[in-house]
Design a protein around this ligand. Structure first.
Ligand code: SF4
Ligand code: SF4
Length: 426
């Protein structure tokens, strides 16, 4: 077999057979990023290197437009951090241009009733995951692995079930925001949740699979689908004025924003965990943890949390797990993202010339950290909308922000001895 297999029931990926020239690039990409072939974990990177445009996300945007045109429904959209630094590629902007304001205007022109920011959901994930990290540190239940990349979680379930109990139980930012839209938002705006359609826009095709697990998100569409919507509706993106996200589940912190880059989840959780542990803001180092910035597949450092030190690793591409498996037990907290450079390199991003992919990712990473520097609120616990959400709702009601990853028997036949058992035996 010369090319990746795209099964009929794949929720995320589509191949247009008439366009395929059988070049084998998709298989090469899958081998290099995931370390295997013909077992799709939905990262979608094959889309970005297919020279003939034969591979695409499985499109859902037309169904979304159908709901926008149906006045019976309130259609709520929320956009992941990495969309705003990639959308400009399709409209003649230099790579990495930070176009949040134009993106919000475009979403309003498309006709979404409310436009929220998934950086709010990321701030929620950070709050929950920082708490979980501290509990695990104090209970000596380490390492903990991040769980916000559904392709990584699926890979762990299939290939390393012994790691599943070490995954954070936190849902991803999109799954948390979906849950908040169907509860908090629905109650605050007195809209029956059956009449709300929640739509996430992300750089990621894997979120289409994830939403099948957490259906509070009705549709998960990609940056490239948003671009098609803008083009098909004839919106003059280049000349749009800037607009702002709506309030309640609106713009999040710098920590929420850098979730879109490899190392960003780690850095933002440590900012908030430091505050939760010590009741004081983290030192400056936590606002530019340079050792874990950039596109290297494996990054590591040790961070002084005042009352303890934490050894961290940041991994992109799941093939890096296999290459470094034996040393994972040396770390306390490990971030894993399936795409090179993190979500800014997701398979749902617009196509750019294959030879430019690395540089384009680099510009997106730079743009995200640059915006984090400019933002006044850089840590999730300082976000007033997050404080309100906890005070008015989450602390009083049952919102399901955590996941159960225990469906592993559906996936696996792997009985490898846990590296964590090895750690405990040491
Ligand atoms: S990369 Fe695209 S054109 Fe080449 S074999 Fe794969 S699907 Fe076909
Ligand atoms: S790294 Fe981000 S874009 Fe890539 S599969 Fe994971 S969540 Fe999706």
């Amino acid at each position: 077999m010369n090319r990746v297999e795209v099964k009929k029931d794949n929720l995320c990926l589509n191949r247009i057979e008439e366009k395929c020239i059988n070049c084998g690039m998709c298989l090469k990409t899958c081998q290099s990023i995931n370390g295997f072939e013909n077992d799709c974990i939905n990262c979608g990177n094959c889309i970005l290197t297919c020279p003939s445009g034969a591979l695409t996300p499985k499109y859902d945007y037309q169904k979304v437009l159908g709901f926008i045109n149906d006045t019976d429904y309130t259609v709520v959209v929320f956009t992941a951090p990495a969309v705003r630094v990639a959308i400009g590629d399709a409209f003649g902007f230099p790579p990495g241009s930070f176009l949040e304001g134009k993106m919000v205007s475009a979403l309003k022109q498309i006709g979404f009733d409310y436009v929220f920011d998934t950086t709010f959901g990321a701030d929620l994930t950070i709050m929950e995951e920082a708490k979980e990290l501290l509990t695990r540190v104090h209970n000596k239940n380490l390492p903990m692995f991040t769980s916000c990349c559904p392709s990584w979680v699926l890979y762990a379930k299939k290939y390393h079930p012994e790691l599943v109990k070490k995954l954070s139980t936190c849902k991803s930012p999109i799954a948390m925001q979906g849950a908040m839209i169907k509860s908090y938002f629905a109650e605050m705006y007195e809209i029956p949740k059956e009449k709300i359609i929640s739509v996430s826009i992300a750089p990621c095709i894997s979120k289409k699979y994830e939403r099948s697990l957490y259906p509070d998100t009705d549709f998960a569409i990609t940056t490239s689908e948003l671009i098609l919507m803008i083009q098909e509706l004839g919106i003059d993106f280049k000349n749009l004025e800037n607009s702002q996200f709506d309030k309640l589940l609106g713009k999040g912190s710098g920590g929420g924003l850098i979730f879109g880059v490899s190392g960003g989840v780690m850095e933002s959780i440590l900012r908030t965990a430091y505050y939760m542990e010590n009741k004081e803001n983290a030192p400056e180092r936590f606002y530019e943890l340079l050792e874990i910035h950039g596109e290297k597949d494996f990054k590591e450092t040790t961070v002084d949390m005042k009352s303890f030190k934490i050894k961290i690793a940041v991994i992109s591409k799941v093939s890096t797990i296999a290459k470094n498996y034996d040393k994972l037990k040396e770390y306390d907290f490990i971030e894993v993202m399936s795409c090179p450079g993190g979500c800014i390199g997701g398979g749902g991003q617009p196509l750019v010339p294959i030879k430019d992919l690395y540089n384009v990712r680099h510009e997106r990473i730079f743009s995200m950290y640059n915006e984090d520097k400019n933002l006044k609120i850089k840590a999730s616990y300082l976000n007033p909308e997050i404080r309100d959400a906890y005070d008015c709702y989450i602390n009083k009601r049952k919102v399901i922000l955590h996941a159960n990853h225990n469906d592993i028997k559906n996936f696996t036949n792997n009985n490898k001895k846990s590296i964590m058992e090895t750690r405990e035996e040491k």
